[in-house]
Each structure stands twice: as structure tokens, then as C-alpha cells.
Ligand binder design. Structure first.
Ligand code: F6P
Length: 342
């Protein structure tokens, strides 16, 4: 029997989404003769039965395109469970899934998407999840696609901050995304030669940071780069933003300090080669699992190869930076300050 599958992209967008859509659809169509439907705007499209049939030509030429041709949303059908007519959104999802006679739904997204996919599997839908997010905080996989592109964008930005900081002998602060994890700040901070890297997983203290920066200055190093993960602001005694942090550091050290919030630039543009390859291989593998009717799995990247784990093992968990992570100890060995006085 020819299988019929649905694909949706949900949560924050990132480079590589179209490569993943293409990887699933082309493999499903060419290798397994499946019928493929693309649902618009994440789970919203599934609730509203809003989809487009995907063909080889409709996914041709999208590998290098940022964003998602299907659109995305942060619709959480189990959270805001009723629609404006008082109908349960999850009932509509199950009804649409069954009426369309889908064999499986491929959900491409981060933690929220994976959690919803797992809950839908408990309502009887067959699902496969593909880990997508610039945050790289999906438990169970070494890498999510989108992360490498975000790290490259941030590293390029840090390189540019070095040149303007050198010209003005300033301390330059850059705030990067990452939600409640510090992976982007850690990787881009090391790649960009950051002197201070602040991440939510390591409790930091502004005075410690300021003293470190002042000491650098007295040692004839007037220019410093401080990379701050946005999640740091959730730390109990750090309810500040990048601009306030800059003001405080300038106040304490007497050194001109400027801040840059990189924001959504980290999620735009064409995917890196790494993300194109990872997303494509994730997509292909998802189609393979469906062909074997191996449902309710999360596709992962472990020990340098693509494999899968049961969805329930990842759903609801977060992969955060461990303080003894190799890259943290490497950074410390190079004298990078994490604001914790170590
Ligand atoms: O999850 C990706 C991400 O970019 C986070 O790093 C960031 O905190 C969040 O999305 C921003 O959410 P939104 O796109 O809804 O503003």
C-alpha cells in the first residue's frame, strides 16, 4: 500500500528547515513512492486542515533557502486546548489525521514540538520528530540543525566587534540567543575569541566579570569581548539586560563599554553546509523509519551518525551545558572568564 505522510515545521524558524523538508519529501517520493502533504504554520495547519501536496518539483531549489516554505507557528494544541468555537484542538488534529488517512506525521521542531508530537502519539497518531533549533538544547542528540548556522552568524558578528572594539579601545558586549541553554554563546564565544562567556548553566557575578575586565586592562589589554547568552538573565541575581550590563561594567571599570543584541539575525539566511547536510540526512532517515513503520521515534545525531531514539525518552527534557563539558574546560584553559571566579 502506498503510504501517505504529513510534514510540519513548528517553533522558532532556523536555516536548514527547507533542507529537512526536502530530505523527507524527496526520499519519501523517489525512494518509497509515498504521497506527501505539507501542513502550513506548524500544528495550526493540522488543526485547520490547511495543507499543500508536496511534489518533487515543489521541493526543488529550496535546499539553500532559509526559513520554511510551509511556515511555522508556536501553536501548542495541548496548552491552549480549545479553538474559538470551543472545540478541542486535539480532537480536530486526530480527526484531520484520520480523515486524510495519514500513515505518519513528521514533526520538525525543537523541545515544544517534540513534546506535542509525543502527546499526539499517545492519542494514536504515528509520528516521527526531527530535532531543529538554533539552541541545540534537544535532549538525546549531539546536534540540532540550525545550531551551526547560528554559531557561524554569531562568530562573524564577534569578529566584527573585535575590529570596532580595537579602534575605540572599548569593551564590547554581545547578547546571543539560546533560550535556557548556553550552547550558542559557548561555541561562538570560543570561535570568536571571547574573553568572557556568560551562560545560564554557570552562575555568574557582575563584579567578578568587571574585576576580570579591569585586570585585563591593567595588563595592557584595553579591548575585551563579553558574550552573554540571553538565558543568563534568568539567574537569580542577574535580572539585567545587555545594555544595563554594559552600563554597570563601564561604571565599575571606567572603561567605555557598548552592547549589541544580535536577536533574529541568528535565525535568518541560508544554512551552512553542515546544517544542509545534517537536515538532509535527518529528513532521509525519517522517511526510512516510516518505510519500516518504525514510528514514534526522534531522529538523532550520535557518535557521528544519524540514528533514532524513542520519542518518549527526549520529550520534556532539556540538554544544557554541563560545567565540565570539554569545551568549557578548554575555554577556561585559555583564560576565558565565565563570571564564577574559577
Ligand atoms: O528557540 C529558538 C529561539 O530563537 C530562542 O533562542 C529564543 O529565545 C526564542 O526562539 C525567541 O522566540 P520567538 O521567535 O517566539 O521570539
Amino acid at each position: 500500500m502506498t503510504k501517505k505522510i504529513g510534514i510540519l515545521t513548528a517553533g522558532g524558524d532556523c536555516p536548514g528547515l527547507n533542507a529537512a523538508i526536502r530530505g523527507v519529501a524527496k526520499t519519501a517520493i523517489i525512494e518509497y513512492g509515498m504521497e506527501v502533504l505539507g501542513f502550513h504554520d506548524g500544528y495550526k495547519g493540522l488543526i485547520d486542515n490547511d495543507y499543500t501536496a508536496l511534489t518533487e518539483s515543489s521541493v526543488s531549489g529550496i535546499l539553500t533557502q532559509g526559513g520554511t516554505i510551509l511556515g511555522t507557528s508556536r501553536e501548542k494544541p495541548f496548552k491552549k486546548s480549545e479553538d474559538r468555537n470551543g472545540e478541542l484542538k486535539t480532537d480536530k488534529i486526530v480527526e484531520n489525521y484520520n480523515n486524510l488517512e495519514l500513515d505518519c506525521l513528521v514533526c520538525i521542531g525543537g523541545n515544544g514540538t517534540i513534546k506535542t508530537a509525543h502527546k499526539l502519539s499517545k492519542l494514536g497518531l504515528n509520528v516521527i520528530a526531527i530535532p531543529k533549533t538554533i539552541d541545540n538544547d534537544v535532549w538525546g542528540t549531539d546536534l540540532t540543525f540550525g545550531f551551526d548556522s547560528a554559531v557561524s552568524i554569531c562568530t562573524d558578528a564577534i569578529d566584527r566587534l573585535h575590529t570596532t572594539g580595537n579602534s575605540h579601545k572599548r569593551i564590547m558586549i554581545i547578547e546571543v540567543m539560546g533560550h535556557n541553554a548556553g550552547w550558542i554563546a559557548l561555541y561562538a564565544g570560543l570561535a570568536g575569541g571571547g574573553d568572557v562567556i556568560l551562560i545560564p548553566e554557570i552562575e555568574c557575578d557582575i563584579d567578578t566579570v568587571a574585576n576580570y575586565l579591569h585586570k585585563r586592562h591593567t595588563q595592557g589589554k584595553p579591548v575585551s569581548i563579553v558574550v552573554v547568552a540571553e538565558g543568563v538573565y534568568e539567574q537569580k541575581n542577574n535580572s539585567f539586560n545587555a545594555h544595563q550590563l554594559a552600563q554597570k561594567i563601564e561604571e565599575i571599570t571606567g572603561i567605555e563599554t557598548r552592547s549589541t543584541v544580535l536577536g533574529y539575525i541568528q535565525r535568518g539566511g541560508t544554512p551552512t553546509a553542515t546544517d544542509r547536510i545534517l537536515a538532509t540526512c535527518y529528513g532521509r532517515y525519517a522517511a526510512q523509519l516510516i518505510s519500516k513503520e518504525k514510528y514514534n521515534q526522534l531522529v538523532v545525531f550520535k557518535n557521528n551518525c544519524v540514528s533514532h531514539i524513542p520519542l518518549k525518552e527526549s520529550a520534556g527534557k532539556l540538554k544544557t551545558v554541563k560545567p565540565d563539558e570539554m569545551i568549557v574546560t578548554a575555554a577556561r584553559a585559555l583564560g576565558v572568564c565565565f563570571g564564577d571566579g574559577e
